[in-house]
Design a protein around this ligand. Structure first.
Ligand code: AHZ
Length: 310
């Protein structure tokens, strides 16, 4: 039965009674029986400014000491954030994403096609976050990759122990060297506005000093190399700690298992997930299949918890 009126559900997310009498029309709810007299409540510009900036600065203050920093809000980083935040509401988790739009390379299934292919058993994660799919036997298909990314993102953002700082880039790692063993551990990240970092303002301005976030564990989920990727892998190479293998050619069968298998704490305090591992370990790329990003994210969350247990 088609509804003839636009109706607004009462402010109660548990109320699913779409056709109950408690509903008001949008026009009633907006107090706009006559749209010509529609009016918003008044506001002063500085109120808007303060409403945003106060919260942002409170968040900067709160997350300056984070339990976990996740670098990169692509499919593997967001999956790790979800798994971790769900398991441990006591942990403060900051996600740093260089671009304004989170989601990384998971807004389309591949090339310009909408559908997203996910090989089993990764569909169990879709069941957990409530995304429908077509079951094709050994793999499933979500009708639009954007449905996956937007659902995952919204679930992650709902957790009260997670803060996404988008349009903020990680420019360096905070490191501590053990005076006795010489071992390096990662103790946080160095950040700057994404627009500055991505435009390489550092080569034209004499001082664009960054900010910092201390963390017990950093997850690097920066994706494969490109204009903006494999950040921590490249930094470990410049520290002289790793020699990058470089991502190998496409082999779906090998690539997905390899990425999950190599998801680990690479140096003390620094866990890797997703395609950044391909640059580090010379794994194949898998192209437009996303099961490994999901399972690598879940495994990364587990590895992070192990670091807390050490
Ligand atoms: O903007 C990046 C993206 O959203 C972000 N990022 C990278 N460097 C950063 C930095 N500071 C802050 N220094 C940074 N953010 O990290 C995110 C990576 O997302 P992604 O989707 O590229 O990586 P993923 O490993 O989660 O998923 C990769 C999926 C695949 S597989 C594949 C292939 O085989 O060709 N291609 C892609 C995109």
């Amino acid at each position: 039965e088609l509804q003839t009126k636009l109706v607004l559900n009462p402010h109660d997310s548990t109320n699913q009674t779409k056709k109950s009498n408690s509903q008001t029309s949008f026009a009633q709810a907006f107090d706009a029986a006559d749209w010509n007299s529609f009016k918003f409540k008044p506001i002063r510009e500085s109120t808007v400014s303060r409403a945003m900036s106060r919260r942002y600065f409170q968040d900067l203050d709160k997350y300056a000491e984070s339990d976990v920093v996740i670098v990169g809000a692509g499919s593997s980083g967001l999956t790790a954030a979800y798994a971790l935040a769900k398991a441990r509401p006591d942990l403060k988790i900051a996600i740093i994403e260089a671009f304004v739009a989170p989601g990384g390379g998971a807004w389309l299934g591949g090339q310009l096609f909408s559908a997203m292919v996910i090989r089993k058993p990764a569909q169990k994660f879709l069941d957990d976050i409530g995304i429908e799919y077509d079951d094709e036997g050994d793999y499933v298909v979500v009708k639009h990759a954007a449905l996956f990314s937007s659902t995952l993102l919204s679930k992650v953002l709902e957790f009260s122990n997670v803060k996404l700082f988008n349009a903020v880039a990680v420019e360096d790692l905070i490191t501590r060297k053990n005076d006795v063993t010489g071992e390096l551990r990662v103790a946080g990240v160095v950040t700057n506005w994404g627009a500055l970092s991505l435009a390489d303002v550092h080569s034209t301005q004499s001082c664009m000093d960054p900010n910092t976030i201390n963390a017990h564990v950093v997850l690097s989920a920066c994706g494969h190399d490109g204009p903006n990727g494999a950040f921590s892998a490249k930094r470990l190479e410049s520290f002289g700690l790793k020699k990058l293998g470089g991502m190998a050619g496409l082999d779906m069968n090998k690539a997905e298992d390899a990425i999950v298998n190599s998801t680990r704490e690479v140096i003390k305090g620094l866990v890797f997930s997703g395609m950044e591992l391909a640059e580090l370990d010379a794994c194949n790329r898998m192209g437009p299949t996303f099961g490994a990003m999901i399972v690598s994210g879940v495994k990364a969350a587990e590895q992070i918890l192990k670091v807390f247990d050490q």
